[in-house]
Design a protein around this ligand. Structure first.
Ligand code: BG6
Length: 511
């Protein structure tokens, strides 16, 4: 990725500096960037939060967060002390205009100390209702006026439908230029997701097959085996379609379906992704019924642990119709993908936490094997596992050794665990480092976000009108409601999960 001003000093301001995101993800990510020498020599991280708190108390809390969430375990005392020297706590209420004057002063003092005006990164780790106040405060106090050096990073959810997302874009564009706005979709920072572009476009073998002539269907599953984990207040307003499909799943679909970019330039790559989103078929109410299903978990057990019904979760309405599961069949109406179904599914309280993209190829046109071989060969499948395992597997047919002719699927594997000894950076490490460098390749542009909402909003609208759903309709620990099976079965397919579900290795292990 192109480093534009990575060597300049950086002032990083985290609004919501004492929140969950900062604690669990942002500080552990900055810490790893620091110990791996990916931050500029001079940098300051300012955590902004409304409560009065001693700086030492704040840092202690961050240290506890690092112990719990750092990918490299408890930080060494030496590393932590040096890193903590770059952190400041700033008490301030971001709805109060006075706060920005104080922040301005702190940033200026820092510039003075370093004898130069550095890069400024303002991270909005806050609820969406604060975005406008913060943006106005930054604008009025001229905190982010250097277009090439000052950036704002906005977390999801970015709007709640097409209209609100467009309004948000308009509001932000009043205060900042598009090149300053970094809209995060953390799935794009995950290593195996970034690798999909390399896999597709740095190899010759796949591209020739990567179209409707050879691919039968594509499946994207992002399953989670926990419930909503105390986030009822947010989730009951959002639901799985807004929370996961509008962003993460559609972005995965984009990297699988986009045309080859001509260069590794942020705009070029984002243009190609936006083209995919524009080509996704928009559904009317009748088509929504036919192609998209929703579900909600009831009470049950996951791995032996009790899981309350969604409607019994804290801050969830007793008769809530919010979906905790979505599965849908989507089509990309362009030359490459005409007629190829893209099945997407995601949900909470499912069988296991796993994110997998499966590309199923067409059946062979003619079977040369004798009837005695008794085979109905499975189609080739390419399975890209994003998490928890990180691997790419190609399933193909092979002859089982022996006197009799028998054929069985086997797998060809690339696994991160076997190939790389170094730790794999967390998504936020990559994204924060890119934002500091001014590289927006992995961030969402205004039009991408709106196109994604344009796909999802008709579904939301159709569901709002249709109150006939009977929730709850799936058990925790299952793969969702039976309607989700029908989505693929109707077309003669099955949901594909991990490679070993149908390979020789699995059969050997089982027997
Ligand atoms: C977030 C959603 O964007 O992604 C959460 O709001 C979800 O509901 C999370 O749990 C999943 O992210 P990951 O990286 O744990 O797969």
């Amino acid at each position: 990725m192109t480093a534009k001003n990575s060597n300049l000093p950086a002032s990083i301001v985290i609004f919501g500096g004492n929140g969950d995101l900062a604690w669990r993800k942002l500080f552990p990510a900055f810490y790893h960037l620091y110990i791996n020498n990916h931050l500029p020599e001079d940098f300051l991280i300012i955590g902004v939060h409304h409560a009065a708190m001693k700086e030492s108390e704040y840092k202690n809390k961050l240290f506890e967060g690092l112990k719990e969430f750092s990918r490299s375990g408890k930080p060494s005392k030496n590393d932590w002390t040096k890193f903590a020297g770059h952190i400041r706590y700033f008490q301030g209420d971001f709805t109060q205009p006075e706060m920005y004057g104080g922040l301005n002063q702190l940033l200026k003092e820092n510039d003075k100390l370093l004898k130069q005006r550095g890069v400024r990164l303002f991270f909005y780790a806050v609820a969406p209702r604060f975005i406008e106040d913060i943006s106005t405060g930054l604008h009025k106090n001229e905190l982010a006026v250097e277009k090439t050096m000052d950036r704002i990073v906005v977390e999801k959810p970015f709007g709640e439908d097409l209209k609100t997302a467009s309004e948000l874009n308009v509001m932000l564009s009043r205060y900042f230029s598009e090149q300053q706005i970094y809209r995060i979709d953390h799935y794009l920072g995950k290593e195996p997701v970034q690798n999909i572009l390399t896999f597709r476009f740095a190899n010759i073998v796949f591209e020739a097959l990567w179209n409707h002539n050879y691919i039968e269907n594509v499946q994207i599953t992002v399953a989670e085996n926990m419930g909503i984990e105390g986030r009822g207040g947010f989730y009951d307003q959002a639901g799985a379609l807004r929370d996961m499909v509008q962003n993460h799943l559609l972005q995965l679909l984009c990297v699988i379906a986009m045309e080859p970019p001509i260069s590794f330039n942020a705009e070029e790559i984002r243009n190609k992704k936006a083209d995919v989103l524009k080509a996704i078929r928009r559904y009317n109410d009748k088509e929504v019924k036919e192609h998209v299903v929703r579900g909600q978990y009831g009470e049950g057990k996951i791995n032996g642990e009790n899981q309350p019904a969604y409607r019994d979760e804290e801050k969830v309405k007793q008769k809530s119709l919010t979906e905790t599961f979505v599965a849908g069949r989507f089509f990309i109406d362009n030359w490459r993908w005409q007629g190829v179904p893209f099945y997407l599914r995601t949900g909470k309280a499912l069988h296991s936490s796993t994110s997998v993209i499966a590309v199923e190829f067409k059946k062979i046109p003619h079977l040369f094997l004798p009837k005695s071989a008794n085979v109905s060969p499975q189609p080739n499948r390419l399975i890209i596992s994003i998490q928890p395992r990180m691997e790419i597997t190609l399933l193909f047919q092979a002859k089982v050794p022996g006197m009799q002719l028998q054929v069985c699927p086997v797998e060809m594997d690339f696994t991160y665990a076997e190939n790389y000894v170094q730790g794999i950076p967390e998504a936020y490490e990559t994204l924060l480092s890119d934002a500091l460098k001014g590289d927006a390749t992995l961030f969402m542009r205004a039009d991408q976000v709106e196109e994604a909402w344009a796909v999802v909003t008709p579904i939301l609208k159709a569901w709002e009108k249709d109150k006939s759903v009977k929730f709850p309709d799936y058990e925790p620990g299952s793969w969702g409601p039976s309607s989700a099976q029908k989505i693929v079965e109707k077309d003669g397919f099955e949901w594909i999960l991990l490679p070993e579900e149908n390979t020789l290795k699995h059969k050997a292990k089982k027997s």
